[in-house]
Design a protein around this ligand. Structure first.
Ligand code: FMN
Length: 203
């Protein structure tokens, strides 16, 4: 089957969303926690969290166009901080439900029943159920001219990881964390390590 750009443009809207959103494969399922300047918390699921760099430790995610209210975005702009919390299989339903459009003034933490946890003096809420968590400070944003989506880049200020999940080499045991992957906006996958390869040295 070959679909050219002009064919893709003509596809039914939801068929196109399902197809195009899954092309990049299975990505990590993460919850981003944030809080407004007035103290109203927010948590929402994202499939676009990406590694930016290890030095300084940094991470990115892609936000949909800012044509409607986006609480994760406005909270980050107001406070400068957010958390990224990996989704495990035990709370996948609650995590998925954070994607609903809840009214202004409603915290998804209470609405879906996820534990809102403040650790030390970090200014954004963590998801209590999550085993692999990052506290992040906002660094920069880049609007994608093509469609108005925004790449948000942050610096990892702290890591909060359940005991036993970091191996002696620094690798994470994602199997033991029951980490979930997601393709597109609705299809969740379990992750299973197959093999770890050595560094490829050509000299
Ligand atoms: C599996 C899944 C992945 C999602 N990934 C993203 C994403 O990467 N970027 C985004 O802007 N919205 C994404 N969404 C939609 C947000 O979760 C949704 O818009 C949410 O309401 C945003 O909440 P907020 O307005 O409180 O920030 C995703 C939804 C689902 C179900």
């Amino acid at each position: 089957m070959i679909l050219r750009s002009s064919d893709i443009d003509k596809l039914d809207k939801y068929y196109r969303i399902n197809l195009i959103n899954q092309l990049s494969g299975v990505k990590g399922a993460n919850l981003i926690g944030s809080v407004s300047g007035t103290g109203l918390s927010n948590v929402a699921i994202f499939n676009s969290v990406i590694h930016i760099g290890a030095n300084p430790a940094s991470v990115g995610f892609v936000l949909r166009p800012l044509t409607v209210a986006r609480h994760t975005y406005s909270n980050i702009m107001e406070t400068g901080f957010y958390t990224i919390n990996q989704v495990s299989s035990s709370f996948i339903d609650k995590a998925h439900h954070t994607s609903g459009k809840y009214a202004e003034g409603i915290s998804e933490f209470t609405e879906v029943g996820l534990q809102e946890e403040y650790l030390g003096d970090f200014k954004a809420p963590y998801v209590g159920e999550s085993k692999i968590r990052m506290g992040v400070s906002f660094v920069e944003k880049h609007e994608i001219a093509l469609n108005g989506t925004v790449l948000m880049v942050g610096k990892i200020e702290e890591l909060v990881i359940e005991d036993g999940l970091i191996e002696s080499t620094g690798h994470l045991d994602l199997d033991a964390a029951n980490a979930m992957g997601v393709a597109g906006l609705d299809t969740y996958y379990g992750v299973k390590k197959r093999v770890r390869k050595g560094y490829v040295s050509l000299g």
